[in-house]
Design a protein around this ligand. Structure first.
Ligand code: PLP
Length: 479
C-alpha cells in the first residue's frame, strides 16, 4: 500500500501487539472488577464528560485510549453493579464478538455469513425445542428486544389482521392488548405500525404486577365495542419494572378462544424454560405464536443479541414478504439461509458467534445455572428486605429484579418518594453501587437487577446499610 496511514491502520503486526496488550489489560481489569475492586462508576455530568473527551481528542495520547475507555465506563462485571438488566458478558462471548468484528460478515445473504447463518439455525432450533415448540418452529437473531418485538407484531398483523396493510396501507383499526406493566417498546412498536394511541390497550395488573386475565376479558370486550380490531395479546416474561411473569397459560387460553396472536416478550426471562427449577414461570409459553429472548440479558451475552422464535416457522417468512403468494411457495424452507428476508436488518452483526461459543464450550447447563443463581439470589435478598421493618418490598420476586424502598417510621408517601429519589441520586454520585429507580403506582422505589453472578447477599446487605446511613443524613439535613 502506498498510503502510509492506511498501511498502519491495517497492519496485522500492530494488531497483534495492540491486541495482546488489550487482552492483558482486560483480563486484569476483569479480575479486579469482579472481585469488587474500585467504584462501579464514576459519575460525571454529560457536558463535563463530553468536554473531557473533546480535550482528549485534541491533545490526548493514543496509548491512553483503551485504559481511559475502561475507566470511564460503567463496570458491569462489578458485584455491586445492580442497576439495569444488562448481563456482564461471559468473557468467551466477548472474545467471539471480537472475532465477529474482525470478520465483519454482514449475513444479509448466505455467502456473507455462511457460518453464522448455520449457527443461528442450530441455536434457534435448539431454543425452539427447549421452548416446547414442535418441528415446524423456526427463529432467527436480531438486534435487540425492541426490534424483535416490533418484528413479531408485524408478523402478528400479517397473520391475524383482516387488512393487507403491507400492500394496501392502513385503513384498519388494529389493536394489541398488553399489560400496563409491559416494556415501553411494545407501545412504541404499535405506534410505529400506525395503530396510534388507541391501538395499545393497557390491561390492568394485579397486586404483584401481573396481567389480570379478568381485566383482559373486559378490555377486549370494550375494544370491540369501540370498533377496534384486536390482533394480538402480548405477555411479559417477565415485565421490566418488577420482573413479574404474566400468567401465560391463561393468556394462551384467551388468545386461542378469540383467535388472537399470542406473543411473549421474554426478553428478560423467556429462557426460564431452560431451568427445571424455574420452568413453571413460563408455563404456557409453548403455546405462544412468537417469543422474544434477549441473549444480552439472562444469557450472559454482549449487547445486542436477541432470538425471535416462531411456533409456526412459516409465519416468520410472512413479515416482510412483498408477495403473498411467495409465503406459501415451496421455496420458503429452501430459503432459510437468506436471513435478511426475515429480519429488519440487511447487514447484521454475527452476534451468534458469542452465543454459540459459550454453548459449545460450556454446554447448555451454563445458561440454566446463571439464571437459577440470580433468581435464587433475588429470593434471598427479598427475605433480607422483608425482615427489616423500615424497608418496603414492592412485591415478591419472580425473577432477579427487586424493587424496594426505605421508609423510616413516620414518613408520609410524598416524603418517602423524595427520600428514595435522593437516595438513588446519592448512590449515583457516590459510585460504590449502581442502583436505578422506578415509579410503581405513583410511588418511587429503588430498583435492582441482580445480573452479576458474583453479587452476594452481603453486597445487598451493604447496600441497605449504606442507604440507611445516607437516608438518615438526608433527613437530618432536611430538618
Ligand atoms: C421486557 C423487556 N422487553 C424489551 C426490552 C427491550 O430490549 P432491548 O433493550 O434489547 O431492545 C427490555 C429492556 O429492558 C425489557 O425488559
Amino acid at each position: 500500500m502506498e498510503n502510509d496511514v492506511l498501511q498502519q491502520a491495517y497492519d496485522p503486526e500492530a494488531f497483534r501487539r495492540q491486541g495482546h496488550a488489550l487482552i492483558d489489560q482486560l483480563a486484569d481489569h476483569l479480575s479486579g472488577v469482579m472481585s469488587g475492586m474500585g467504584p462501579v462508576l464514576e459519575y460525571r455530568e454529560p457536558t463535563q464528560e463530553w468536554e473531557d473527551w473533546e480535550t482528549y481528542l485534541k491533545e490526548g495520547n493514543p496509548a491512553d485510549l483503551f485504559p481511559k475507555m475502561l475507566e470511564r465506563t460503567t463496570q458491569v462485571h462489578h458485584p455491586r453493579c445492580v442497576g439495569h438488566q444488562v448481563a456482564p458478558p461471559m468473557p468467551l462471548a466477548s472474545l467471539a464478538a471480537l472475532l465477529s468484528g474482525v470478520q465483519n460478515n454482514g449475513m444479509a445473504i448466505y455467502e456473507m455469513g455462511m457460518a453464522p447463518t448455520a449457527m443461528e439455525r442450530l441455536l434457534t432450533d435448539w431454543l425452539c425445542r427447549k421452548a416446547g415448540f414442535g418441528p415446524d418452529a423456526r427463529g432467527f437473531l436480531t438486534c435487540g428486544g425492541t426490534l424483535a418485538n416490533l418484528t413479531a407484531l408485524l408478523a402478528a398483523r400479517r397473520a391475524r389482521g383482516r387488512d393487507d396493510v403491507w400492500n394496501q396501507g392502513y385503513s384498519a383499526r388494529h389493536a394489541v392488548l398488553v399489560s400496563a406493566a409491559a416494556h415501553y417498546c411494545i407501545d412504541r412498536a404499535a405506534r410505529i405500525m400506525g395503530m396510534g394511541s388507541q391501538g395499545v390497550i393497557l390491561v390492568p395488573v394485579d397486586s404483584e404486577y401481573r396481567m389480570d386475565p379478568a381485566a383482559l376479558e373486559v378490555a377486549y370486550t370494550k375494544a370491540l365495542e369501540d370498533g377496534l380490531e384486536p390482533i394480538a395479546v402480548v405477555g411479559s416474561a417477565p415485565s421490566t419494572a418488577t420482573g413479574s411473569y404474566d400468567p401465560l397459560a391463561a393468556l394462551a387460553d384467551f388468545s386461542e378462544k378469540h383467535g388472537l396472536w399470542f406473543h411473549i416478550d421474554g426478553a428478560h426471562g423467556g429462557a426460564a424454560f431452560l431451568s427445571e427449577q424455574y420452568r413453571h414461570l413460563v408455563r404456557g409459553l409453548e403455546r405462544a405464536d412468537s417469543v422474544v429472548i434477549d441473549g444480552h440479558k439472562m444469557m450472559g451475552m454482549p449487547v445486542l443479541t436477541t432470538a425471535l422464535l416462531f411456533r409456526n416457522g412459516a409465519d416468520s417468512y410472512a413479515t416482510f414478504s412483498q408477495q403473498a403468494e411467495y409465503l406459501l411457495g415451496e421455496s420458503q424452507e429452501e430459503d432459510w439461509y437468506n436471513l435478511a428476508k426475515r429480519t429488519f436488518e440487511c447487514t447484521k452483526i454475527s452476534g451468534v458467534f458469542s452465543w454459540f461459543a459459550v454453548w459449545k464450550h460450556y454446554g447448555e447447563g451454563v445458561f440454566a445455572q446463571y439464571l437459577e443463581r440470580q433468581y435464587h439470589l433475588a429470593r434471598e435478598v427479598a427475605a433480607l428486605i422483608t425482615d427489616r421493618p423500615e424497608w418496603e418490598l414492592a412485591c415478591p420476586p419472580d425473577a432477579n429484579i427487586l424493587c424496594f424502598r426505605y421508609r423510616p417510621e413516620g414518613l408520609d408517601g410524598e416524603a418517602t418518594n423524595q427520600l428514595n429519589q435522593a437516595l438513588r441520586q446519592a448512590f449515583l454520585e457516590e459510585g460504590r453501587f449502581y442502583v436505578v429507580q422506578t415509579r410503581l403506582k405513583g410511588e418511587v422505589f429503588l430498583r435492582t437487577s441482580l445480573m452479576n453472578p458474583f453479587t452476594r447477599v452481603e453486597d445487598l446487605s451493604a447496600l441497605l446499610a449504606l442507604a440507611e446511613q445516607q437516608g438518615q443524613a438526608i433527613l437530618a439535613k432536611g430538618n
